[in-house]
Design a protein. Structure first.
Length: 461
């Protein structure tokens, strides 16, 4: 019994290296490294460790694992990083690793290679695999064709259930998903979908056409479909994969749920980073100059917009000198306006990303945000005004803060809705630095409103 427990896969998974242990071994030049334990270590854990090393160090480390494990590790790494490592390997080993990768992962990786390396390696791998990869490389990486896997389990509509089960047993093990089975006619056109569960619990003499679901055709997509649209469709219909067909409805492959998880994570990361002016594909391990190139243009724009805020303040220098409490409350107004806009912007960017906006929704949602800004402004403005009166012992300061908060929060909510819609109208990414433009507007508008009201209400007295 102890031997059985020890040999159980879950027990073996516990006996693997952690990221910290790999780091310590690297510092000692891998002295005492247990290769069997390394072989059991999660490829993802190893990929996290490797991404902190140079390309030469990565290549040297990957010599310690089998070609199969090396392919699994490279599949977990950033494709650009994996391509650099692959191009630095010996040609025979690089070609073998490409053959072992899933077709969609191999296409992602090889698309990042220099053209000369791509041609060289495609000429060294199995001709059938090379043919599949060349077909996938024709598609844009951001489309369904660019992320689909062409290795799909299929059945013919005229199979009996028994014939279908016999056919599945002969299916190559490399096929990623055997739960969903696409039903085709003799011309390879998609007719429907059935599952392994349906086959197992159906009468052996029945035909596959009798148990297939034909509704799958309504969510099949063309290879040119944007991959984010595919991810949204999968979430909306709650399916495990989406078939990809050509214009004649012939099955080309499918986009699987694990690919969609990567798409969603990538899109969310890109939106979050672009929202604040960072590169969409930037990571903490990128070279310094690469990050500077991505960030600096937006920082210069931010500087110019912030200078406008400074200019607005300079217009009211005389007023601020006469009513010094105005300087103390300027940041309060600006911060409340910025936070109000950021809340609205976050909801709008999510709605646009998930395709929640329909034709004619723009005015309706803008009107709602205007009302939310007004109500928030009144509620928060009351408390802000009370705080201003307590601090300054001056009831007019409370009135100025109250009115400023209402107007600033109304404008912030409205502009947070308008900016991404305008960007989308002009075919820009709505997430692209919307926060920078919004912050600049709320600062300029909020400061001008507050200082102008303060000049009108406070200085005459």
């Amino acid at each position: 019994m102890p031997d059985l427990i020890q040999d159980h896969p879950i027990a073996q998974q516990l006996d693997q290296y952690t990221f910290e242990e790999l780091n310590q071994l690297f510092e000692s030049h891998f002295e005492g490294l247990d290769l069997e334990k390394l072989a059991r270590t999660s490829p993802y854990e190893i990929s996290l460790f490797l991404e902190r090393l140079t390309v030469d160090e990565q290549r040297t480390f990957l010599r310690l694992v089998s070609e199969k494990n090396a392919s699994n590790i490279l599949a977990e790494m950033d494709p650009e990083n994996s391509a650099e490592v692959l191009s630095a390997m010996r040609e025979f080993r690089a070609a073998r690793i490409l053959e072992l990768l899933e077709a969609d992962d191999a296409a992602d990786l090889i698309s990042k290679l220099d053209e000369s390396d791509r041609i060289r390696l495609l000429g060294k791998i199995n001709p059938n695999k090379a043919f599949v990869l060349r077909k996938l490389l024709r598609y844009d990486p951001n489309t369904a064709g660019g992320v689909m896997t062409p290795e799909v389990a299929t059945l013919q509509e005229n199979f009996t259930i028994q014939e279908a089960l016999d056919y599945i047993r002969k299916t190559p093990k490399k096929i990623e998903n055997l739960y969903n089975l696409y039903v085709l006619d003799p011309n390879n056109r998609l007719l429907g979908l059935t599952t392994l569960k349906n086959l197992i619990f159906s009468e052996p003499q029945k035909k596959v056409r009798d148990i297939m679901n034909t509704q799958i055709q309504s969510i099949a997509c063309l290879p040119e479909t944007d991959k984010v649209t595919v991810a949204n469709t999968m979430a909306e219909y709650n399916v495990m994969d989406i078939p990809v067909v050509d214009e004649q409805n012939r099955l080309l492959g499918c986009v699987t749920h694990d690919d969609v998880l990567d798409i969603v994570q990538e899109a969310a990361t890109a939106d979050l980073q672009q929202l604040h002016g960072a590169g969409a594909d930037e990571s903490i391990h990128d070279p310094v100059w690469y990050s500077l190139k991505k960030r600096n243009p937006w920082l210069f724009i931010n500087l110019l917009l912030a200078s406008l805020s400074a200019y607005v303040i300079s217009l009211f220098n005389a007023s601020i000198e006469k009513a010094s409490w105005m300087a103390a409350f300027m940041t309060v107004i600006a911060n409340l306006g910025g936070n109000t806009g950021a809340q609205t912007l976050a909801v709008f960017i999510r709605g646009l990303a998930l395709g929640e906006f329909q034709k004619g929704d723009s005015w309706i949602v803008c009107r709602k945000e205007l009302l939310k800004g007004l109500l928030n402004g009144i509620l928060i403005g009351i408390f802000g005004g009370i705080i201003a009166i307590i601090m300054t012992h001056y009831w007019l300061m409370g009135i100025v803060v109250f009115l400023s908060m209402i107007l600033t929060m109304i404008l912030s909510s409205l502009m947070a809705a308008v900016i991404p819609l305008v960007l989308r109208h002009f075919h820009f990414d709505p997430a692209q630095s919307s926060y920078i433009f919004l912050t600049a507007f709320t600062d300029i508008a909020g400061l001008f409103i507050f200082l102008k009201l303060g000049t009108c209400f406070l200085l005459p007295y």
